[in-house]
Design a protein around this ligand. Sequence first.
Ligand code: ATP
Ligand code: MG
Length: 440
Amino acid sequence: MNDTESQPRPDPKIIPRSGHGISRADISQSALKVLYRLDKAGYQAFLVGGGVRDLLVGLKPKDFDVATNATPDEVRKLFGNSRLIGRRFKLAHVRFGREVIEVVTFRGAADVEHDDRKADETGRIIRDNVFGDIAEDIWRRDFTANALYYNIADYSVWDYTTGMEDVASRTLRLIGDPETRYREDPVRMLRAVRFAAKLGFGIAPDTAEPIKALAALLRDVPPARLFDETLKLFQSGHAVRSLELLIEDGLLEYLFPYTAEALAKDERNEVLPFLREGLSNTDRRIKEGQSVTPMFLYAVMLWHAIYRTAEKLKADEGIGEVEAMLLADDMIVSAQQSYTAYPKRFSLPMKDILVMQLRFTNRRGARAMRLLEHQRFRAAYDFLLLRAQCGLAEQSLADWWTEVQALPVEEQRKAFDVRRRRPRKPRRPPRGQHQTDQGP
Ligand code: ATP
Ligand code: MG
């Protein structure tokens, strides 16, 4: 498809209710309430973005976004349960219990020279604060599939680009000139990968082509935003596919440079299988509705880099393996911060998990037995299983830890070769309380 076909047209193609599969039954009650109230108050009200796209491809939308010609203040007045957020571009959050419906006012045209938008020298939009109409609003959208507007007034879908065709042919296509759009916001390169992985869409050749050359623009994106985007890529149930596409498009090194390096120097060909296995665990957990944590994701992504650094420190500095692991963890985690932020509440427990991998090899004594009580035992044990599965730890060791958990305490003591201490007499035995045989 040539460039002009990704240029938006001034008038939308309007697809009536009979021409598309979006049913109100699949839209959340809260989103419908917001749409109807805006409509009743005389404003235009559209469902837009990922919600419309997901409904069209038969997925359950994660959330629902509403676009309207009401200004944020007007939206605020209409909904008691709303508040305005954002400094650069105000929008309203309307809250219904735990569900939040984001209501945005149509944004003005992207023509940098003719309105209030300002781009910096790389083309990135740094200020953006004019309202516009729906035809201009499509410029705030990235892909044609994300730029479909579901009109609550008559349940039609408005398509200013080639959104409907592209959804039908499962194609991800940037609106407008791809290079310009990536320069405006380099995160769109990651979004291309994320949506391709999530939706199973192909990336249109024009849209895919500039990515390799422009990937380095991600260096200018704040690490906190890249952390958010990383979690969306790897914790939405499509982590394995996301990883493959990030590698293919030369993007991984701007999120996880140490992982990319470990992959590049992977003589034994063990890093990629390990990453795949770890990430497919995460994907499976999400499908089964289990919780996932960035700490485990980062442990998987950074394991080889940290482990290899520790090995090198051990050899070069002659320090012990635990100390080397702690040092390597500090080095890699702090270097990682300038790519994707990695909050301490995740990185500190991850360190425990990694160090426990070393401690697991010791199966004798009270200290080893105490690992079972460790707050991170479960996560560390899961990580050991993963390593064993990939041939990075002895399967017999993993099995031993599996079995020992299931034993009664007395048997565990035997397994760890912990002799029972003589019960100490408490100095002042509390009345009516018998001493247990648990020991101190
Ligand atoms: P999901 O919620 O499933 O992750 P989404 O498409 O809803 O996907 P959001 O990040 O919630 O993605 O954004 C909502 C909409 O806003 C998108 O569909 C897109 O139209 C627009 N949008 C969001 N981020 C950008 C961006 N960086 N550049 C251009 N448009 C964007
Ligand atoms: Mg969304």
